[in-house]
Design a protein around this ligand. Structure first.
Ligand code: TPP
Ligand code: MG
Length: 627
């Protein structure tokens, strides 16, 4: 059965806009008893069908596959094979990330024996009340399609269903086919038609004319329209159509994390990031907009500033989206369709915003750009601010170089500050904002587009969580430039905690053991207390040495000028480089007229929590339902 599966996967092609390509470019894996003899034998026997890539962590290999798929606009991906038990469940986080971000990946966890003869097999979960449950059932909630192949012939409908979902722009995400280890090794006479080349045509679904007409009426009636471009605008390659539409109509454009890069940052209609991590320009325009046109966005709470971004009493929404799940959000006029085709259909509607509105948007965009320059050049000392690291990298990197990030304080700062010049330049995974995606995901980007320099921006916390992909990048000869921004802990959550009255509790990498004396002899007052008065020293972590031990070329940069030199030096190195730079954890980019709902304790002994609760209750009054 596994041999047939490998042949089937190698025979699947996608076609969009006349370009045909293989859908699966290879298979990542880590072997154990649950897959070594089945899928392992099939991959060993036919290396040309589906090239095998060895990973070191199952979560990480799914991130790599997903990073690849995102950079390829969802038209190509990898399969991922794991053993049973821990190897399988290690992929759960990767599966959730793929599904939340609507990115295709095929997961093939090994499973317990369908025969049940050797039960309980090594690593088998036993459920007293159910004979048919294994740990792989946990994938059901994080997969867009899930099946278990208990008989070899079941592979035929399951593999076809898997493909239907993986190539669907509306339904894609993680697909899981759990493969009982005995069934993998069984023989079955699969029909030739099942294994023959099959081309999946990815449609560009046009909008329904009556739905489009409703949208046009709403646009024509708008005085202060705003477009919010999301991931669908990028995956649908809608940038040119978007540019033509806004050149014609003068409608300003704000971008979500996944949609950043839809327009170059200096386009006259570009207002930059929107929402909690938005720019002053976009957030001010959002506040008064009377019509908001979402193009391929799923309206996360960050995009809507927890439903407080759009304050006009009568604001209405138009949603252009391939997914019905998204198209009806915000009580919108729903236009189900491909972003590019729909924008093209909106051309020539004879609408233009008035000059005063356009001038105001242009002024706000100029003011924002000046703020970016200020934050790029703060000159903070003795340690630089993170915004200066972002600025130096932005100015150094070429327009098609890619920046990859996922969690911590950097995604928000990048969303605000990164001057994007190419639609595939900005790769911040913020649907799941998963610590540990940064290096593994960057590896996927590099493999998908080796000509681009790929910069992985990773915090020290994320680095500690998952950095073994450095080893895999060296194995794959896929050079990454990892910018390791060290601030001795979870600066983002520390700042959030301070704003909620809990003093950064538990967010610094310091020695802590309540009551025990520190090496300096002073007692520690509280576990993980984040305060400059805290006597506990930072833990003696040398992440640069760690990176060197994994085989990376390491450069330690002390300050921004050395960081610039390091970037130049890194360009000349052929293998993965890690640039270690320390920043001041207390200097962060402020938020611009936005809010995010994080619930604050209604009762607390700590006075600061009470104050935070009052602010929280006040801010909540601005929340809208947009029904
Ligand atoms: C897997 C995972 N666990 C927890 C979180 C919650 N979280 C978000 S940011 C963060 C700290 C990240 O630390 P670091 O990478 O050093 O970045 P910094 O906040 O210092 O910029 C945590 C714990 C998360 N996003 N992902
Ligand atoms: Mg940190």
């Amino acid at each position: 059965m596994a041999q047939a599966l490998v042949r089937f996967l190698a025979s699947q092609y996608v076609e969009r806009d006349g370009v045909e390509q293989r859908f699966f470019v290879g298979c990542w894996g880590i072997f154990g008893h649950g897959n070594v003899a089945g899928i392992g034998e099939a991959l060993f026997e036919s290396p040309d069908l589906l090239p095998y890539h060895m990973a070191r962590n199952e979560q990480s290999m799914v991130h790599t596959a997903v990073g690849y798929a995102r950079h390829k606009d969802r038209l190509q991906t990898f399969a991922c094979t794991s053993s049973i038990g821990p190897g399988a469940t290690n992929m759960l986080t990767g599966a959730a990330l793929a599904t939340v971000n609507r990115l295709p990946v095929l997961l093939l966890p090994g499973d317990v024996f369908a025969s049940r003869v050797p039960d309980p097999v090594l690593q088998q979960l036993e459920v007293p009340s159910r004979g048919d449950v294994t740990v792989n059932d946990a994938f059901q909630s994080v997969s867009r399609y899930w099946d278990r192949i208990a008989r070899p012939e079941q592979l035929i409908p399951a593999a076809l269903a898997a493909m239907r979902v993986l190539v669907s722009p509306a339904d894609t995400g993680a697909v899981t086919l759990a493969l009982p280890q005995d069934v993998q090794a069984e023989a079955y006479d699969y029909p030739d038609e099942f294994l023959a080349k099959r081309v999946w045509h990815v449609e560009r679904r046009p909008p329904d004319p009556t739905a489009l007409a409703r949208a046009v009426d709403a646009i024509r009636a708008a005085k202060r329209p705003l477009i919010v471009a999301g991931g669908g605008a990028i995956y649908g390659c809608a940038s040119d159509a978007l540019r033509r539409f806004v050149d014609e109509t003068g409608i300003p454009v704000a971008e979500t994390q996944a949609g950043k890069g839809s327009l170059p940052y200096d386009h006259p209609s570009a207002l930059g990031a929107i929402g909690v991590t938005g720019t002053s320009a976009a957030n001010r325009v959002a506040k008064d907009a009377d019509l908001v046109i979402g193009i391929g966005t799923r309206w996360s709470d960050f995009t809507t500033a927890s439903k407080s971004a759009f304050q006009d009493r009568d604001v209405r929404f138009v949603n252009v989206n391939v997914a019905e799940l998204d198209v009806h959000k915000q009580g919108a006029i729903a236009v189900t369709g491909d972003a590019r085709v729909t924008l093209e259909a909106l051309a020539g509607i004879g609408y233009r915003v008035d000059g005063a509105y356009r001038d105001m948007c242009a002024r706000l965009a100029r003011e924002w750009d000046a703020e970016v320059t200020r934050l790029y050049t703060l000159g903070h000392s003795p340690l630089p601010a993170q915004s200066e690291v972002i600025g130096a990298l932005n100015e150094f990197s070429g327009p098609t170089d890619v920046v990859v990030c996922a969690a911590g304080s950097m995604p928000g700062e990048l969303h605000k500050l990164w001057r994007t010049r190419d639609r595939k330049q900005y790769h911040v995974e913020y649907g799941y904002s998963c610590m540990g995606y940064e290096i593994a995901g960057a590896l996927g980007v590099k493999l998908s587009d080796p000509a681009r320099e790929v910069y992985s921006l990773v915090g020290d916390g994320s680095y500690l969580m998952l950095s073994e992909a450095i080893v895999t990048s060296i194995q794959e000869r896929a050079k990454l430039v990892v910018v390791l921004v060290d601030n001795h802990g979870f600066a983002s959550i520390g700042a959030l905690s301070r704003s909620l009255g809990t003093d950064g509790f538990g967010t610094q990498f310091r020695e802590s053991s309540p009551g025990a004396p520190t090496p300096s002899g002073a007692p520690i007052r509280a576990r993980g207390l984040d305060s400059e008065r805290d006597p506990a020293p930072y833990l003696p972590i040398d992440l640069a040495a760690n990176a060197a031990s994994l085989g990376a070329h390491v450069i330690r940069a002390d300050g921004i000028s050395e960081f610039r030199d390091a970037l130049a030096a890194a360009k000349e190195v052929e293998r993965t480089v890690v640039i270690h730079v320390e920043v001041d954890r207390y200097v962060s980019v402020p938020s611009y007229e936005s809010w995010w709902e994080v619930p604050v304790a209604a009762t607390s002994e700590a006075g600061a929590v009470g104050d935070a609760r009052k602010s929280y209750e006040k801010a909540k009054q601005k929340q809208r339902r947009y029904l």
